[in-house]
Design a binder for this molecule. Structure first.
Ligand code: DGY
Length: 321
């Protein structure tokens, strides 16, 4: 073996990303692309100087405590890092990076797909045609909600939230948002700032979630907050399932208080929520917000840029701790 650093890549990445990784690192792969359980992950890390995981690999405090001293950097292939205990990594002197920016366009596309799929009854209609049950048409048939001109609420106006707001403007929607801090006018682009979540909820005909999961945001969308939305609103979630109390969401959808939901993320992944799956007014996707060829390449290259900077003795551009 050469003296290149050893890099563990636990999931199957794009071929050109792997080619670039091999040029600089001795790469350990997970040939069948299964999700490592805790023990497998710890074992696979034992001979590695670095790891390039996805959000499917859980580096909680217990796993981080069992990592070898030689492992110096966790270069995530994701913008979200709720699968890594940052404090535990920091305490062990392990650098953690993510891949911001490069997935904003792809994720915004999926947010808009979720909004339209929910508003216009996309999965209900698709299943009807596909299953040979489409035997009727009338002006009263499959009527949905038009989003054009309605109010689009963005909870978390970071990079993905801002691009999604731009796309919603294309539908003539009026953008409202809540964020920890107000954006500068050039980023705000006329969007209306709300200084509380509650204030945003009361005006959001469509509410799109784009905030990270933190102790403050886990379960933020619950029976109380869903009830603050305008009647027959639409919820879109392309961020993380943990933001939403799914039992409360099922109840709001069943009662018709909420018109529909468009969801790319769930509390249980993979798998989703069987109670949500029973409802016609839910449009669902399997966490594919960033799953385009272009974006997967860009995420992989960005993670490698972070690794290269670290092993060249510099500070990775996307260093979190
Ligand atoms: C992210 O980057 O956080 C996406 O959810 C995919 O992991």
């Amino acid at each position: 073996m050469s003296d290149k650093p050893v890099l563990l890549i636990p999931r199957k990445l794009a071929a050109d990303v792997l080619d670039r990784a091999r040029a600089t690192y001795n790469v350990i792969l997970n040939d069948d692309d299964h999700v490592f359980d805790r023990d497998e992950l710890i074992a696979a890390c034992q001979n590695a100087d670095a790891v390039l995981p996805c959000h499917s690999e859980h580096f909680n405090a217990d796993v981080i405590a069992a990592l070898p001293d030689r492992l110096k950097i966790i270069a995530n292939h994701s913008v979200g890092v709720d699968h890594v205990d940052l404090a535990a990594a920091k305490a062990r002197g392990i650098v953690v990076t993510n891949t911001p920016d490069v997935l904003s366009d792809a994720t915004a596309e999926i947010a808009i797909l979720c909004m339209l799929g929910a508003a216009r009854r996309g999965s209900e209609g698709d299943r009807m045609v596909r299953e040979g049950r489409w035997n009727f048409w009338s002006p009263a048939f499959m009527v949905g909600r038009q989003v054009t001109g309605r109010r689009f609420g963005v909870l978390g106006m970071g990079r993905v939230g801002q691009v999604t707001a731009d796309r919603a403007r294309g539908f003539g929607m009026e953008v409202h948002y809540h964020n920890r801090s107000r954006l500068s006018p050039d980023k705000e682009k006329g969007a209306i700032f709300h200084d509380s979540v509650e204030s945003l909820l009361t005006v959001s005909d469509v509410l799109s979630l784009h905030c990270p999961t933190t102790p403050d945001t886990i379960g933020l969308i619950n029976a109380r907050t869903l009830d603050m939305l305008p009647d027959r609103a639409i919820l879109v979630n392309t961020a993380r399932g943990a933001l939403v109390d799914e039992d409360a969401l099922v109840a709001a959808l069943q009662s018709g208080r909420l018109f529909a939901a468009g969801l790319d993320v769930f509390r249980t992944e993979p798998g989703g929520n069987p109670e949500l799956a029973k409802l016609d007014n839910v449009f669902m996707l399997p966490h594919i917000g960033s799953a385009t060829f272009e974006t997967r390449d860009a995420m992989g290259f960005r993670a490698l840029d972070n690794l290269d900077a670290f092993f060249d003795g510099g500070t990775p551009g996307d260093r979190l701790v």
